[in-house]
Design a protein around this ligand. Structure first.
Ligand code: UDP
Ligand code: MN
Length: 263
């Protein structure tokens, strides 16, 4: 095991914890040799913290309002960036030298430990605007210095999309042009919405997917799943067979590996 590197995710409430649990379990099922860390905030219940502790090596509360003075001060000026400030606190995890951040609405389909061969800041293109990266999966190096610079940047400039993705794209603004090794292949952050926008590409490359990202709505945990038919109870927003298989896969892990903890 590599103890100075970790996968990091975030959940600010019990609902997103369901995603974090499935993500953590998916990384374990594919035998990652890295530590698993989940950052939480105060609304996450005591019971959920215990359950997270069954899957993650570290369950760390990062309180956007009280933990770091720097965060509190920045939030006073930019109250709209609440969840963003929570996410960028991943740079404060200096007990690790290198980390891979993953949104709670992602899932690993294979072992992805090779991502640790990449350097800060590596991420995959966003399917909506490919000159921007998607901030649902990225490789970074914890550093209080970088954290401070990110906060200052947020305070001075805000975020062009109101979230962490806008902030991080402005901050790491040479990502698109400087170093191709920092462009993660799209199979490390396959956004579910891109499948039906380019079906031939999905048919050609989709089987190589390593990480699926349930970007937008609905999230897997807000879908209805029928355990008898082992299929999603379809909604209009969810048409398209390929698409649904990933939701079913999420639910399979949730039903077999997570529900037993919850009941
Ligand atoms: N998140 C959270 N609580 C929230 C909203 C977001 O913990 O209420 C975290 C969670 O890790 C989530 C990430 O922030 O995956 C980014 O939000 P989301 O995935 O919903 O955005 P999208 O990928 O759909 O743009
Ligand atoms: Mn996401």
């Amino acid at each position: 095991p590599v103890t100075d590197q970790a996968f990091v995710t975030l959940c600010t409430n019990n609902t997103y914890c369901q995603g974090a649990l499935v993500l953590g379990k998916s990384l374990r099922n594919h035998e990652t040799s890295r530590k698993l860390v989940v950052m939480i905030t105060s609304p996450v219940s005591a019971r959920m913290r215990t359950i997270l502790g069954n899957v993650f090596d570290e369950v760390l509360e990062v309180d956007t309002l009280d933990s770091a003075d720097l965060v509190r001060l920045s939030l006073l000026k930019r109250p709209e960036l609440g969840v963003t400030f929570t996410k960028i606190q991943c740079w404060t995890l200096t007990q690790y030298t290198k980390c891979v951040y993953m949104d709670a609405d992602t899932i690993a389909l294979r072992n992805i430990d090779e991502l640790f061969d990449r350097e800060e800041f590596s991420a995959a293109p966003d399917s909506g605007w490919p000159d921007c990266f998607n901030s649902g999966v990225f490789v970074f190096r914890p550093s209080l210095e970088t954290f401070g610079r990110l906060l200052q940047y947020a305070e001075d400039n805000g975020s062009f999309d109101g979230g962490d993705q806008g902030l991080l794209n402005s901050f790491f603004s040479n990502w698109a042009t400087a170093d191709i090794s920092k462009h993660l292949p799209f199979i490390y952050n396959l956004s579910i919405s891109s499948i039906y926008t380019y079906i031939p590409a999905f048919k050609q490359f989709g089987s190589e997917a390593k990480v699926v990202h349930f970007i937008g709505t609905p999230k897997p945990w807000s879908c209805k799943y029928n355990p008898q038919t082992k299929w999603i109870v379809e909604e209009e927003a969810l048409n398209g067979h390929q698409h649904l298989l990933f939701f079913v896969h999420w639910w399979e892990i949730y039903t077999s590996d997570i529900l037993p903890f919850l009941t």
